[in-house]
Every structure is written in C-alpha cells, then in structure tokens.
Design a protein around this ligand. Structure first.
Ligand code: SF4
Length: 309
C-alpha cells in the first residue's frame, strides 16, 4: 500500500523558503496517495523554470523536458500508454509564453492528461521578469518599470482552446488544490488547472497576504470558491451545443473576475471523445492494444516500402 513517503524522493530541494511550489508538489503527492496510484502507473513531466524541478521531487516516471515543450511530451506518453496517469507541470512563462502554441493545440485535441500551471506571474528562475500572466501596469520588485502589456487569462485561453476540464486553485490551500487535482486526473480528456502560486522572492505584489485580503478595508480573503456560490460549470448534456456554449460563456465571464474577488474551483467541465478514442476509430488495431503494447519490431514493413517505391 502506498504511503505519502512512497511519492517522495531524496533529491535536495532548492526552492526558496516559502515558495508556493512546495504546496503544489505536496498536493500532487497527496492526490496520488488518495487515489492509490502507484508510482509505476504515474508519469510527471515538466517544462523549464522553478516548477521544472517537480519531477525530481515526485517518485514516479517522467522527466524534465525543454522550455515550453512539456505538452507534446505528455501528449506522446498519454497516447502511447493510456494506462499511465500523466501529469504535465510548468510555469506560466513556460506554458503561456514559448509554449502557448502547444497550450492551444493540446486543448483542441482533448488528450487524456492533466496540465498543472504554476502561475506566479513572473519568470522566477531567471530573476523575476514579467511573465505572460502579469497584468498591465503592475511592477514587481525586480522590474524597473511597470508592465506595458496586458496579461493573458489562462482560464479563458483554456476554455476557448477546447480543454474539457478547466479549473483554478491556490498553492497555499493544499486541501482545495488536492480536490481539484483529483477531479482533473479523474476527468477523461484534457484537464487544465491554473494554480495561483506565491513567489515570495520576486513577486512582492501577489503575496500570501494579498491573497488573504490583508490590504483590503474588509480584510476579506480575495479567493472565493465557485462551488459555494451556486456556480456550476459542469455540462449536463454534452450533446447539446447550446448548453455547452452557455457553460463556456459563463466560465469566460467568471474568468475575468480579478481584483478584490478572485474565483477558484471548476469553471468548465464537459465530456467529449478523447483524441485516443477518435484515433482508435481510424486505427482499429489500437482498440485491442495501445501503442505501448504493439509489437512494432515484429511487423513486416516490406509491403509498405513496396507501396511507396
Ligand atoms: Fe519559488 Fe520564486 Fe524562488 Fe522560484 S524564485 S523557487 S518561484 S520563490
């Protein structure tokens, strides 16, 4: 029986003290434990950045890939071996800057894996430059002047790209994050989780105190849970385009709430044939055995070469 330590490694962790990344890794490990997913059934891939070190700290398959390229790697693993629980992780700079094209096309394909975005609004590993999610006009401590470009909205991008599960949580609320991660992993299709993450070293605006609302006259926490407001982003009948579109519209509207109140929870969820389901329709051989079990070395390719010459 796996225990929490089953998912831990002995690799030295050099994240800054107080970094929100610790909360995310803990939540991933606790989710794997809760789901009793043994390490050999899990693969965790990462892009580049502080978050890129995640696979070093989780005892499972997986590796640290290239900048912005985690999603193609995770896609390949999920398609090759549908028996594997695939979790891709990366920062907002990695996923929505250089990796933005992959972000959009992964949503379109509806491949069955979970993408966890460590969203701290800066490029932490390279000393805190503005990342794509930093709003216009904000200046964090390593920037000489405020950002002059609009920030992107990861939730809106995910909904518009076709992800079939779109949610947000907070790195320092490990309990909530664990619930959301479990729902994302259990979802059959492309699941995206935007995790608001504190970077105490470079982002001195969106701090733990800021999320707690300490600067507000009301002192009320900025984060509120969608499910506690009656908001329900889940599509009941995915065959009804009107309902799907209406839920997408509600999710988009909610996703633009940012400031004194910030929603977390599930924004959108629907069922739709996965890329693998559709591939198996075209390639019946995949219905019996996934790619990973195909005996590719025994296959006679001579007829193929003859056909092509
Ligand atoms: Fe975490 Fe920021 Fe330090 Fe990176 S630079 S480890 S994101 S606190």
């Amino acid at each position: 029986m796996p225990e929490l330590r089953t998912y831990r490694t002995q690799v030295h962790n050099d994240w800054c003290p107080g970094c929100g990344d610790f909360g995310i890794v803990n939540a991933i490990q606790m989710t794997l434990l809760e789901m009793q997913l043994e390490p050999h059934r899990v693969a965790v891939f990462s892009g580049i950045g502080c978050s890129g070190k995640t696979p070093h700290f989780i005892n499972a398959y997986g590796f640290h890939t290239l900048h912005g390229r985690v999603l193609p790697i995770a896609t390949g693993a999920a398609l090759a071996n549908p028996g594997l629980t695939v979790v891709a992780v990366g920062g907002d700079g990695d996923g929505l800057g250089i990796g933005a094209g992959h972000f959009v096309n992964t949503g379109r394909r509806n491949v069955d894996f979970t993408y966890v975005l460590y969203d701290n609004q800066v490029y932490g590993l390279t000393k805190g430059q503005a990342s794509p999610t930093l709003p216009k006009g904000i200046k964090t401590k390593s920037m000489p002047t405020p950002s002059i470009v609009e920030g992107v909205n990861p939730i809106a991008m995910a909904v518009a790209s076709g992800y079939t599960f779109v949610a947000r949580s907070y790195a320092l609320d490990v309990r909530h994050l664990k619930q959301i991660l479990r729902a994302a992993i259990e979802h059959k299709g492309s699941a995206f989780v935007d995790v608001l993450q504190t970077c105490p070293t470079y982002n001195d605006i969106n701090t733990k105190e800021w999320y707690s609302g300490d600067d507000l006259p009301t002192k009320a926490p900025r984060l509120y849970k969608l499910e506690e407001t009656g908001f329900d982003g889940r599509v009941k009948d995915p065959t009804k385009a009107e309902e799907v579109n209406a839920k997408k519209g509600s999710a988009l509207l909610k996703s633009f709430e940012w400031g004194d109140k910030i929603p977390v929870g599930i924004f959108f969820k629907t069922e739709f044939p996965t890329y693998m389901d559709q591939l198996a329709e075209r390639m019946p051989v995949l219905k019996d055995k996934p790619f990973v079990e195909q005996d590719v070395y025994q296959r006679d390719v001579a007829p193929l070469f003859e056909e092509l010459t």
